[in-house]
Ligand binder design. Structure first.
Ligand code: CUA
Length: 350
């Protein structure tokens, strides 16, 4: 068999295509809203500190790259083999050069280490007085946010006030997860039996996406989160609503009443019921799944993967493991009428 000729470089004809691809990628990279999880547009002091540190290290890396590559190119050209030339002079050991190439990287490493260590301590240090304390618990596969001082428990959507320091105390109920809202802060592991900390102060109102950043099982990719930065007034109103009892059931709404009944009902076989795992204020249930007392005020369900509108909840109730593979919530045989009633009931829990 004839050997297959191989070319080291793409054929000349494909260079324009490669160039077009490169320009395309560059342009896409500049489109700011295409990357909601970019770390380059921070919206908090912590994100800003990380981005600044990244910038410093990047330019040091550029400097080192330029020096090393220039030295390499100069050496290759200047000392290349020429016809008729014998073996070059052999050198063994050069004290000055060796001291120089040991000292120079050491100095650069120190220059990088000082701001790095300072930033690390700043991000995980003691929270400032007046910080909003939030306990964050990673679960397979959703996030629980508990504001002990405010009497608020919610899931997947972390509300924080603009301009007030927020101190997260992060842990896990099962395996190791990692809390990451890239525009607000760096990643922080959530480990069972341990508490890690993150402190940041948000400086822009808006909704910022995040997700679990440590592989934690089948639905790791479905463990999303949102950080909602609210103005202080909006945050206070949100917290007041969340800490109060949900509105009483509208006794004239038969669908909502049927939904509440369906929520409480124990089903056989399998003993499955909503209340076994979920608590709604007024109905003490389990704590295996998210607290649903105010689920009607959240924008998403199912680890932040589905909208909380009727279609989203219906899709979830029909087949939880189909939406979130490995989901602890099993598939329960619910009739379409029960699902419609549950949607109405859950939407009424604001
Ligand atoms: Cu939790 Cu990955």
């Amino acid at each position: 068999m004839a050997p297959v000729p191989h070319r080291r470089f793409p054929a000349a004809a494909s260079w324009p295509r490669l160039a077009a691809l490169a320009v395309g990628l560059l342009v896409v990279g500049c489109a700011s809203d295409r990357f909601p999880q970019t770390t380059f547009r921070p919206v908090s002091d912590a994100g800003e500190a990380i981005n600044r540190l990244y910038g410093q290290i990047f330019w040091w890396a550029v400097f080192v790259f330029a020096v090393v590559q220039s030295a390499l190119v100069v050496t290759l050209i200047r000392y290349r083999r020429r016809p008729g030339q014998g073996e070059p002079k052999q050198t063994h050991g050069h004290t000055l050069v060796e001291i120089a190439w040991t000292l120079a990287p050491a100095v650069i490493l120190v220059v990088i280490a000082v701001p790095t260590v300072r930033t690390i301590f700043r991000l995980s240090g003691t929270p400032p007085a007046g910080a909003l304390q939030v306990e964050v618990t990673g679960h397979q596969w959703w996030w629980e946010f508990r504001y002990a001082e405010l009497g608020v428990v919610t899931a997947n959507e972390l509300h924080v006030p603009l301009g007030q320091p927020v101190a997260l105390a992060i842990t896990s109920a099962d395996v190791i997860h990692s809390f990451w809202a890239p525009r607000l802060s760096g990643k922080r592991d959530a480990m069972p039996g341990r508490t890690t900390r993150l402190v940041f102060t948000a400086d822009s109102v808006g909704t910022f996406l995040g997700q679990c950043a440590e592989f934690c099982g089948d639905s790791h990719a479905n463990m999303r989160l949102r950080v909602m930065v609210d103005s202080p007034a909006v945050f206070a109103a949100w917290a007041a609503r969340q800490s109060a009892a949900p509105p009483p059931l509208d006794s004239s709404d038969a669908l909502v009443l049927r939904g509440e009944e369906a929520f409480r009902r124990i089903r056989d076989p399998g003993n499955h019921s909503c209340v076994a795992c979920h608590t709604i204020a007024g109905i003490s249930g389990g704590a295996l799944g998210p607290n649903l007392s105010h689920v009607g005020s959240r924008t998403t369900i199912a680890g932040g993967t589905l909208r909380s509108d009727s279609a989203g909840i219906a899709r979830w109730l029909h087949d939880p493991p189909g939406v979130k593979p490995g989901s602890l919530m099993p598939r329960i045989e619910l009739t379409d009428d029960e699902i419609a009633a549950l949607i109405a009931y859950l939407h009424s829990r604001k």
